[in-house]
Design a protein around this ligand. Structure first.
Ligand SMILES: [Zn+2]
Length: 108
């Protein structure tokens, strides 16, 4: 596939995601800057339909990639997205403790 074709394919996929998740009319009324922000915080992220699914993914990422993620409820699509945890060291330890406890519980 040529570079141009690839780019077009990516754009179509993005449009599909926007249509699937957001109000398309509202989206195109936003400024370019606002659209980019929305793409970063929603469209280009995996959407988890509920908290359970988001939690599963957080556990998975910690287990397999040693990544500490947290989630946020997305006001745009109503789902949940993950993001790298950026809080204090103490809060991180609490979060990692909960993740580890869940992993341990799952094993039994
Ligand atoms: Zn979203």
């Amino acid at each position: 596939m040529g570079k141009q074709k690839k780019l077009e394919k990516k754009q179509f996929e993005e449009i599909d995601l926007i249509i699937g998740r957001l109000n398309i009319v509202q989206f195109y009324k936003l400024t370019e800057e606002e659209q980019e922000k929305l793409k970063k915080s929603c469209v280009n992220k995996v959407r988890h339909p509920d908290l359970q699914e988001a939690a599963k993914r957080i556990i998975h990422d910690y287990k397999h990639q040693k990544r500490t993620n947290t989630y946020y409820k997305c006001p745009q699509c109503g789902g949940y997205h993950l993001t790298k945890f950026k809080g204090s060291k103490k809060k991180r330890e609490v979060l990692e403790g909960m993740i580890k406890a869940t992993i341990k519980k799952d094993k039994n």
